[in-house]
Design a protein around this ligand. Structure first.
Ligand SMILES: *Cc1c(COP(=O)(O)O)cnc(C)c1O
Length: 359
């Protein structure tokens, strides 16, 4: 049975070695006579995996000591609500930068709790084909925080320059590009990401949060939604998604073996370059709607001239073992998600296919 070339947007491709390790360890984890899934989350065997996963995040991302690393549930979508629950008290405002569907959803949740402001919006005039420049951001110096989506998974845009928000904490939904490259984590008050794009399986959310913000969060909301609850218990307040965390450990261990995040960045840039170059070379047939300096290194969005040609492209790709290329229903066309775990060979096969499609 051959593995396909998986361009799914999320859940998405995982490193083969991380899966094979799980397969090998599935029924007898570390000589304990049971699967890691069957262990108590309070036992030593699981605890070691839990701490190794958190340790790998800290080591690979260079997370400073004044940040907590939390492993939570409820998807990135739950963070859309828990961020304002914790950090948007009555009478305060928070700034949201609207660059696509996920940013809009985060903003909507904040509106149910308070009065967020829109600091910039590339939906109205640019139909999400770019992210704003620093100079376009209308930032309120008294905002509780500024929220951005670093990579817009559906529209295929990405912030290549992290905006400067001064002393106002920057909160970033990094669900689809977390750890795609080394990052200066200290630029952020909070980073959150659903694991199922760049880190592991679904069911797990990684949160990296400055300790002073954890401490300043509201205390008059249910304890399960307070970040301090999870920070004070090493994310073991209640049963965590143990198998998903085990897989995060496996995936990050592969990232480390591959040379860490600088190696990831080099690989990701090579993958994006080979694919965008092929699409640009075939501008006779293919269109990339995203402005060049906002092009995502993770989600490559493109179209053909008619729906019939697009259907043909997808069917032909499938025959060649390339799956997951259909664009999001809101945008149409095609989308190749080329996250950390998608091998260069898969992307270069897709690029060759683009170069030769109906020439
Ligand atoms: C996928 C995605 C989400 C939603 O994640 P869930 O874990 O399904 O809630 C949010 N934001 C971004 C940028 C995404 O790519």
């Amino acid at each position: 049975m051959a593995r396909v070339m998986n361009f799914n947007a999320g859940p998405a491709a995982l490193p083969l070695a991380a899966l094979e390790r799980a397969q090998k360890e599935l029924i007898d984890f570390a000589g304990t006579g049971m699967s890691v899934m069957e262990h108590s989350h309070r036992g030593k065997a699981y605890e070691a995996v839990h701490n190794e996963a958190i340790g790998l995040v800290k080591e690979l991302y260079g997370v400073p000591d004044n940040y907590d690393i939390l492993l939570l549930q409820g998807g990135a979508s739950q963070q859309f609500a828990t961020v304002p629950m914790n950090f948007l008290p009555p009478g305060k405002s928070a700034d949201y930068v609207l660059t696509g569907v996920w940013a809009q959803k985060a903003y909507k949740e904040a509106k149910t709790l308070g009065t967020p402001r829109v600091a910039a919006n590339t939906e109205r005039d640019q139909r999400c084909t770019r992210v704003p420049k620093q100079a376009e951001l209308d930032l309120d110096p008294n905002a509780a925080y500024v929220h951005i989506t670093t990579n817009n998974t559906i529209f295929g845009t990405q912030w290549h320059q992290i905006p400067n928000t001064g002393s106002v904490p920057l909160v970033a939904d990094m669900s689809s590009d977390i750890m795609w490259r080394p990052e200066d984590v200290s630029k952020f008050g909070m980073i959150y990401a659903g694991a199922q794009k760049n880190l592991g399986p679904s069911g797990l959310v990684l949160v990296i949060l400055r300790k002073d913000l954890v401490a300043a969060g509201r205390k008059d909301i249910p304890v399960i939604f307070q970040y301090r609850t999870h920070a004070e218990t090493n994310s073991l307040y209640h049963t965590p998604p143990t198998f998903a965390i085990y897989m995060l450990r496996n995936v990050l261990d592969e990232v480390k073996r591959a040379g860490g995040l600088s190696a990831m960045e080099k690989l990701n840039r090579e993958k994006a370059t080979v694919l965008y170059d092929a699409l640009d070379a075939r501008a006779d047939s293919f269109t990339c709607p995203v402005e060049k300096d906002s092009r995502s290194v993770m989600n490559v969005v493109f179209t053909l001239k008619t729906p019939e040609l697009e259907a043909e492209f997808l069917a032909e790709a499938q025959k060649r073992g390339m799956v997951g290329l259909k664009g999001h229903r809101l945008v149409g066309g095609m989308r190749a998600s080329i996250y950390n775990s998608v091998p260069f060979e898969a992307v270069s096969s897709l690029a060759d296919f683009v170069l030769n499609f109906k020439k």
